[in-house]
Design a protein around this ligand. Structure first.
Ligand code: FAD
Length: 544
């Protein structure tokens, strides 16, 4: 197959234009055989009224070698990359029949744990998956109880339960991690088999939305179980049992039960604060890590669509418009948009009582009235809080508590009109943009819920963002706070072999360990760590 890149066509091109463009690029006549598959479809919206679709095409032709030779130096024509997944060969089924076999254990059923579990199951290693939260349908009921009735279930919520933190989300599935083995492709293919729309394999910024994610994680569970794996819900790991050499020999669960284990994937996400404390008490090496703090901003989606797409807004090929913004503030802080959710809602994302945390989600259709995104400011361990592993957690807790109190102490979130925020006065009412956060918001002064340097930096950034997206600093846009769970506040370092630097048999992975930031990168890391575990079980070593 030949891969053509940078095939540019107008947004409203006729279907035949694609094959015509490919023929022209390849120098083929109409009669020459050509089979064509879209490998990627993105768009270039830089020219107002002249949005172009930008394709990568995989072409099956008769004289591949001749065409490639003729293409010479043209970087836009080359052999299609081989994106197929090649698992590490550990003879899993034979390993699993051995007398000394002890099944690998995965802690956490988020994207990282699910993908690690799936790969281990596909290798024949029958993993045991321990998840502190509930199965996804029950979890949905608990999550909605916070949003609709202000009732938080600390073990079953937006952060905890089957599917992990990304289940009630926008389901954006792109990442900027380096991925030379095309592991992201393997993840997307598994997601399609689990029920995601096929288009995620080729659109440049795929997303799935919340509704489909729920049934997808159930489908992945069924596959893991069919391959001999096992799930246990409401199974919180409360203790690592170590031998004299500091290698894991077992896990103690919250009900006191002990589970024997010698290979443990630690895929606990960024919100398992009690588990972080447990790991620190067990002497597992951890380090503080930068993360960010800020607020969610909401605008009418129609404003963002008009800014980005102009007269071509509304095209089904473009969908609801997104944005990505960054500003370097004069106080030295970076301010950037985070986890932008077109046509979505702001959600209550706390996992702890007496705290308020914001995040965003959407459905596949992205048809809600408002666009939302985190507007967050970077933090520095050692400057903003002590350079110690758990100090970032204490910092998060402090500001989440301030937000809870400012919201009224009943899980409503503090909110402020952008006009009031910029003028430095409290909001007493909201305007034309209705905040989507449930169970509701309290108009107030958000500066009580953020460090001063963050307020200052965001005040400077909003007008700067408005120079790129007119209307961004509109008076009635709504800010809701606080956004604290942008990434893990700590790192649990691992070596080239995937193991914790000082605890044998423990394989830290995913967002909680600082190795991912988002659904796709967490799932990719799940594959990597499953391979490291399998190699270790087979007495071999991963090399990075
Ligand atoms: P998690 O998904 O956090 O999973 C960790 C799991 O471990 C949890 O299920 C937890 O219950 C379990 N666990 C923790 N401690 C224990 C223990 N002691 N014992 C047993 N189980 C335990 N990312 C994107 O890429 N796109 C998006 O659109 C997007 N939207 C988001 C929207 C929201 C509302 C939120 C909260 C996050 C969103 N994210 C998004 C971020 C994304 O969800 C995370 O990056 C991703 O889920 C991290 O995966 P993970 O598997 O490493 O951890």
């Amino acid at each position: 197959m030949i891969r053509l890149t940078e095939v540019r066509l107008p947004l409203d091109h006729a279907p035949e234009a694609l094959i015509a463009a490919a023929r022209a690029r390849l120098g083929l006549a109409d009669a020459d055989a050509l089979d064509l598959r879209v490998a990627r479809r993105g768009y270039d919206a830089r020219r107002r009224g002249g949005i172009m679709l930008v394709y990568s095409l995989d072409c099956a032709v008769a004289d591949e070698a001749v065409i490639l030779a003729k293409a010479g130096e043209d970087a836009r024509i080359g052999p299609s990359p081989d994106t197929s997944y090649r698992p590490v060969d550990v003879e899993g089924p034979r390993l699993a029949r051995g007398e000394a076999f002890q099944r690998p254990v995965v802690i956490g059923a988020g994207p990282c744990g699910l993908m690690a579990g799936l790969i281990l199951a596909q290798m024949g290693l029958r993993p045991l998956i321990l998840e502190r939260g509930k199965a996804v349908r029950e979890r949905t009921v608990d999550t909605f109880a916070l949003w609709r009735r202000s009732v938080l279930t600390p073990e079953s919520n937006v952060q905890f339960g089957e599917g992990g933190a990304g289940t009630f989300s926008d389901g954006k599935l792109y990442s900027q991690v380096s991925d030379p083995r095309h592991l992201g492709r393997k993840v997307l293919e598994e997601f399609v088999r689990a029920g995601a729309p096929e288009e995620i394999l080729f659109v440049s910024k795929p997303h799935i939305g919340t509704f489909r994610l729920v049934s997808m994680v159930e489908h992945i569970r069924a596959e893991i179980e069919a391959a001999g794996g096992e799930y246990r819900f409401s199974a919180r790991v409360d203790e690592l049992m170590l031998d004299e050499q500091r290698s894991v020999r077992g896990l103690r669960l919250s009900d006191g039960e002990e589970v024997a284990a010698s290979h443990v994937v630690l895929a606990i996400g960024h919100s398992a604060r009690d588990t972080f404390s447990m790991l620190e008490a067990a002497g597992v090496e951890m380090q503080s890590k930068p993360f960010s703090i800020g607020v969610r901003i909401e605008h009418p989606q129609s404003l963002i669509d008009a800014d980005r797409f102009g007269p071509q807004a509304g095209s089904p090929l473009l969908g609801a418009a997104d944005y990505k913004l960054a500003h370097h503030a004069s106080n030295g802080r970076g301010v950037y948009s985070f986890c932008m959710c077109p046509g979505g809602t702001v959600v209550a994302a706390t996992s702890e009582e007496g705290r308020v945390v914001t995040n965003g989600m959407s459905q596949y259709s992205r048809a809600e009235r408002n666009a939302n995104a985190g507007i967050v400011v970077d933090l520095r361990p050692g400057e903003d809080y002590p350079d110690e592993p758990l100090a970032g957690v204490a910092f998060q807790r402090h500001w989440e508590r301030q937000a809870f109190l400012a919201g009224g102490g009943d899980y409503r979130a503090p909110a402020q009109r952008v006009g009031d925020f910029l003028a430095g006065r409290a909001s007493t009412s909201l305007g034309s943009v209705t905040p989507s956060y449930r169970p509701g918001v309290t108009p107030t002064d958000l500066s009580a819920c953020l460090p001063d340097f963050a307020v200052e930096a965001i005040r400077e950034a909003l007008p700067a963002f408005a120079r790129k997206l007119p209307g961004f600093a509109m008076e009635d846009a709504v800010l809701t706070g606080v956004e604290t769970r942008t990434s893990s506040p700590l790192r649990i370092p691992r070596g080239q072999d995937g193991r914790s630097l000082n605890t044998g048999g423990l394989f830290p992975a995913g967002e909680g360990a600082g190795y991912a930031g988002g659904i796709l990168s967490a799932a990719i890391d799940g594959i990597r760590i499953a391979e490291a575990v399998a190699l270790s079980m087979a007495g071999r070593e991963a090399t990075g």
